[in-house]
Design a protein around this ligand. Sequence first.
Ligand code: CA
Length: 233
Amino acid sequence: MKPTVMIVEDEAALITMLRYNLEKEGYNVTEANDGEEALSVADETPPDAVILDWMLPRMSGIEVCRQLRRKTETRSVPIIMLTARTDETDKVRGLNVGADDYMTKPFSMPELIARVRALLRRAKPSQAKGQISFGDIQLDLDAHKVSRGGKYVHLGPTEFRLLQYLMERPGRVFSREELLNGVWGPDIYVEPRTVDVHIRRLRKALNAEKGADVIRTVRAAGYALDSSGDQAA
Ligand code: CA
């Protein structure tokens, strides 16, 4: 079955261009011209990925993102946020709204398509089935769920992949570049700072029940999954 990509954008010309390129890639495309419409379109046809503009009439892209994350069907759908300026991009990151990727307008269409493809690939359940555990953390590849001390931990798709990557290689120190290659994929350009954002979210989610911090920040080197926790930060 074709994956469905929902475009949420109020510029008609941009929608036309996005639709054309996404359909050419073999995706099923749905569209919404404002935030409220986005929520009802997502209800009707749950998307496999969302391209979401920040500046929308009535409801901002950020609010749409928050609302999509609140619904069970779209809780972990990959979302790429489109922003007009870099300072908006910084705000999106800072606000921690739960988008998985960001692109600043004007963007390159091939790059956007590559990122959509990568997000869809990552969102698919892994081929390797089973359970991985590290300390009191359990990662279930079949159910795509994480628990800590028996309690369910909610993670976004990127945090899940990041945790899986680290849990498959416990103790090893990874640079931001290595994590970008391993988790995001070598064909994707993402700023190294993005890794920090997702590590922060992962940490926050894992430590919600006040367990020991298992992600170690190695100054000037990167990150590792380690029971000694983060002494540096
Ligand atoms: Ca707009």
